[in-house]
Design a protein around this ligand. Structure first.
Ligand code: ADP
Ligand code: ZN
Length: 437
């Protein structure tokens, strides 16, 4: 058995009953703060919760209505704020992937708690104070940059706050400082790999051994590809700005899905259609309540992310349940001539085909009355110069692989490496040019 590192061993390995006791205490406290906000005051009193004492058990959580992204947009800018601005020491907002961004406020203890969860997450991956940490996530309103930054400082890693973008410089800095850990979106790390050669850098010039990858959906095959190409361990990291940012759930050294830090978050999986809470093991929408939030308490937030909880524990000894990788967002499902297709299904298939390089795009448009799905993939240069018949055979193979998974037959285009658009932060994989009606 490998040596398992912990940041807060006692709480990370606490028995279920202890975790639930902490959740209940903290939920009550959070209700007290939520009752101070315009967003929650009426909602809570309407269901008979007028004070923290009205929450007798964790089951009472289910009486509280869900909070949606739209609720937070409607309460823009301060309808969900529970403290005065004097007590707010930072503001972040979401990336706005799906519309107007939402804003979140942090009191001093919010930042302190968040930082601690990230310290815990970083240590869970086996990173230590001897690591050199290059944080390639965007700094600024986006939570990915500063969140990990302070967590890594708390653990004592050497932080290089380089931020997103400028691939040439990222590679140079990785070499010059002998970076051992990066925090990055999986799509951007794949891009960096494709550029190493151009910069005259080989893997042996680098000291990289770990990557924290997150902020966008990716499949197990993408993780494997990244690990093989870069010869590293890649750890999945999940979070969203509405619930602090990164540090909601993180993989441990076992790399078998992400521990949700249950002393800080109550996690539920619901049927997105009916709102019914589903048992562990069943896939549905992730709903999160942050029970240590002061400035902007958020109750039963519908993330729109689809995943399931593992019913069993983990080899590392942590008792906090593990969340599967995000299988899709309820709002990223494409309907192609009536057939439901998740971009993640496509990614999973193409990323296991060895000839496929590091970038792809899903394109949808209309031809006459019909929807047309085209998957554009970059392939390795050696192949691109190959015989036409081989390219045709490869294309055919990709179509067949995809058809087996999504049931419809997409068009496939093979592209030269470097020809499809690159994103330095979250990748935009789907281009949907169908007219909106
Ligand atoms: P936005 O909702 O505007 O993208 P955020 O920047 O807060 O705003 O991003 C949070 C979202 O990013 C999550 O709800 C999820 O859809 C996605 N995400 C974050 N981490 C991961 C991950 N590890 N795997 C898949 N998706 C992720
Ligand atoms: Zn574990």
């Amino acid at each position: 058995m490998m040596d398992i590192p912990f940041w807060s061993r006692e709480i990370e390995t606490a028995e279920r009953s202890r975790i639930e006791q902490i959740q209940l205490e903290r939920l009550r406290d959070t209700i007290g703060w939520a009752l101070k906000t315009n967003l929650y005051r009426r909602r809570l009193t309407q269901v008979g919760i007028g004070s923290p004492d009205d929450v007798k058990s964790l089951a009472d959580l289910r009486r509280i209505p869900f909070t949606t992204k739209d609720d937070l947009r409607v309460s823009f800018p301060k309808g969900h704020l529970a403290v005065g601005m004097t007590d707010v020491i930072r503001v972040h907002s979401s990336s706005g992937t799906t519309g107007i961004p939402t804003v979140i406020y942090y009191a001093r203890q919010d930042l302190d708690n968040w930082t601690d969860l990230l310290a815990r997450s970083i240590v869970a991956t086996g990173a230590t104070s001897s690591d050199i940490f290059q944080n390639m996530m965007t700094y600024g309103l986006f939570t990915g940059g500063l969140g990990l930054h302070y967590g890594a400082e708390r653990v004592g890693l050497t932080v290089i706050p380089i931020g997103g973008g400028n691939t040439k410089r990222q590679i140079q800095v990785m070499k010059d400082f002998q970076t051992t850990v990066v925090h990055v979106t999986p799509s951007y790390l794949l891009h960096i790999h494709s550029k190493l050669g151009e910069e005259g850098i080989e893997l042996k010039d680098l000291a990289l051994r770990k990557a924290f990858i997150g902020a966008e959906p990716h499949s197990e095959n993408t993780r494997r590809k990244l690990q093989d190409l870069m010869r590293i361990d890649a750890y999945n990291s999940y979070g969203l700005s509405e619930l602090n940012g990164p540090g909601v759930a993180f993989e441990c050294v076992c790399k078998k899905d992400m521990h949700v830090w249950e002393d800080a978050f109550i996690v539920e999986i619901i049927d997105p259609q009916t709102g019914e809470v589903l048992p562990d093991g069943q896939e549905g929408e992730v709903v999160l309540t942050n029970v240590v939030r002061r400035a902007t308490p958020i109750l039963r937030y519908r993330t729109r992310d689809l995943a399931f909880l593992h019913p069993q524990g983990c080899d590392c000894g942590r008792t906090h349940r593990r969340l599967s990788r995000i299988l899709g967002r309820t709002d990223d499902m494409l309907i192609i001539n009536g057939v439901n297709v998740f971009p993640s299904q496509i990614e999973e298939k193409i990323m296991k085909i060895p000839e496929v390089a590091t970038n792809y795009q899903i394109h949808v448009d209309k031809k006459g009355a019909l929807d047309r799905l085209t998957v554009k993939v970059e392939i390795y240069p050696k192949l691109f110069l190959g015989e036409v018949s081989k390219l045709e055979a490869l294309k055919h193979r990709i179509v067949e692989e995809l058809k087996a998974s999504i049931t419809i037959s997409p068009g496939v285009e093979l592209h030269e490496p470097g020809s499809l658009p690159v994103y330095e932060g979250k990748a935009k994989r789907v281009v949907d040019e169908r007219p909106k009606d």
